[in-house]
Design a protein around this ligand. Structure first.
Ligand code: PLP
Length: 434
């Protein structure tokens, strides 16, 4: 106390010393000296205010610099599929497949005959094999593209009959009805927000009907006085039913009994199912189309299909994901709460040994925008004061938690088990209260 030399603020490294650091010098070459200087000044200021330690100034300046491309982060939010964090994390097998496919590949060539072959046949064959109930399959850029292709190819000058309770906003201001109407299809809305019956659909059918659309409410729930018509009954109407199941489950998951799966939805009579590749399937961003062979062939042959074509990296990641569905997404969803608790306790004890006090608290993890809006997964989190949130977020690597009632919760459910020490080191870099 009162010892000026011990004041950490006096130990903030000088600008010229920082600019001589090899990593900051390299950054100056890449993004310009002025930007690096500005980042250095901001980091020094954080240290003078006591928000980071003097030792963390260099890393904070580096972290504040524009990095090429998206940065890898640790997802300790407890949200398994976080759209802002890129939804599903790919499995090691999928990552290896992407790396292998990054050079020249046989994506559209048969090596035995030397002739052109069906693009992405490995991924398409694996998808077809995973869902034998589908007569044919196709893959496009994302779930939204799958719907746009279906609407364009099957209802461009016709009507799509859809319940008012299913005209959803996907996120970031994008809305399904706008997306569908952008194709030239007309929406024939039936029923009400909370209740739609089979008769509502039947009364709307006519010569202009292209198809009936069923949209799974993957990011919200309506409860109370409600009724919706399942695909099984819509399939009795005598027109094709297109089902947007969103989540991308290919087969049922007992953990998520309310999430529709592609196989079950096709067995219930859907002519076509659309889904995302980077939600519960745990694969790359992609739009999956599965269904009657003649419909899928019409989609595949439509000129728009060429504009929605997926690249070789996506196809490689999808094929690998389907070959070995033990994805990080599945591991996070099915993580055992007791095992999570032990990991968090070990983290707490490790921090305590270094003089950082934290608590282990129960927490509810969620699936996220990818599906199962009502489901809470029993979980455990490390609780720290809220002031840890920002330094952890801007650190290297960034660690993202969830602020709940004035505390930062770090849920390890979606953090790879071999990254617990990285989390511990990141927490210890945040200066204590003392
Ligand atoms: C996620 C979702 C979409 C959009 O899929 P993207 O892959 O994000 O384009 C469409 N419909 C439903 C029901 C969804 O859950």
């Amino acid at each position: 106390m009162g010892d000026v030399a011990a004041d950490p603020r006096r130990r903030v490294p000088r600008t010229d010393a920082l600019l001589a650091d090899p990593r900051l010098a390299a950054a100056a070459t890449a993004v310009g000296r002025d930007r690096v200087k500005a980042a250095v000044r901001r980091a020094q200021e954080l240290a003078r205010r006591g928000e980071i330690t003097p030792e963390a100034v260099r890393d904070a300046a580096l972290a504040a610099l524009p990095a090429p491309g998206p940065r890898a982060v640790l997802n300790a939010t407890g949200v398994v599929l976080h759209t802002n964090l890129g939804r599903a994390a790919l499995s090691p097998a999928a990552v290896a497949a992407v790396t292998a496919a990054a050079g020249h590949t046989d994506v559209e060539l048969d090596l035995r005959t030397g002739r052109r072959a069906r693009r992405g046949r490995d991924a398409l064959d694996a998808l077809a094999a995973a869902v034998p109930a589908a007569g044919a399959v196709h893959v496009v850029n994302n779930g939204a593209a799958a719907l746009v292709l279906a609407a364009t190819a099957l209802a461009a000058d016709a009507e799509i009959v859809v319940s008012r309770g299913e005209l959803v906003e996907i996120g970031d201001g994008f809305r399904l009805p706008d997306l569908l109407e952008s194709t030239g299809a007309r929406l024939r809305e039936v029923g009400t927000t909370n209740r739609t019956t089979l008769d509502d659909y039947a009364a709307a059918l006519g010569p202009r009907t292209g198809f009936v659309l069923k949209v799974h409410p993957s990011n919200f729930r309506v409860t109370g006085f409600t009724s919706a018509v399942p695909v099984r009954r819509l399939a009795t109407l005598g027109v094709p039913v297109v089902a947007d199941i969103g989540s991308g489950l290919l087969a049922p998951d007992p953990l998520l009994p309310d999430e529709p799966d592609a196989a079950g939805t096709l067995r219930d009579g859907a002519a076509l199912v659309t889904a995302s590749g980077d939600k519960l399937l745990g694969g790359p961003q992609a739009g999956l189309l599965l269904g009657a062979a003649d419909l899928v062939e019409r989609l595949r042959r439509h000129p728009l299909a060429r504009a929605l074509r997926v690249d070789k990296l996506t196809l490689a990641a999808l094929a690998a994901t389907l070959a070995d569905p033990a994805t990080p997404t599945r591991a996070a969803l099915h993580a055992d709460a007791d095992a999570l608790r032990e990991r968090v306790e070990r983290l707490r004890d490790g921090l305590a040994a270094d003089g950082c006090k934290a608590e282990v608290v129960p927490a509810g993890a969620v699936v996220g925008g990818g599906g199962a809006p009502g489901v809470e997964l029993a979980s455990w989190a490390l609780a720290l004061p809220e002031r840890y949130a920002e330094p952890l977020r801007v650190g290297d690597p960034p660690v993202l938690g969830r602020v709940v009632r004035g505390r930062l919760l770090l849920d390890l459910r979606c953090v790879p088990a071999d990254a617990d020490d990285t989390v511990r080191a990141a927490v210890l870099r945040v200066p204590g209260d003392g």
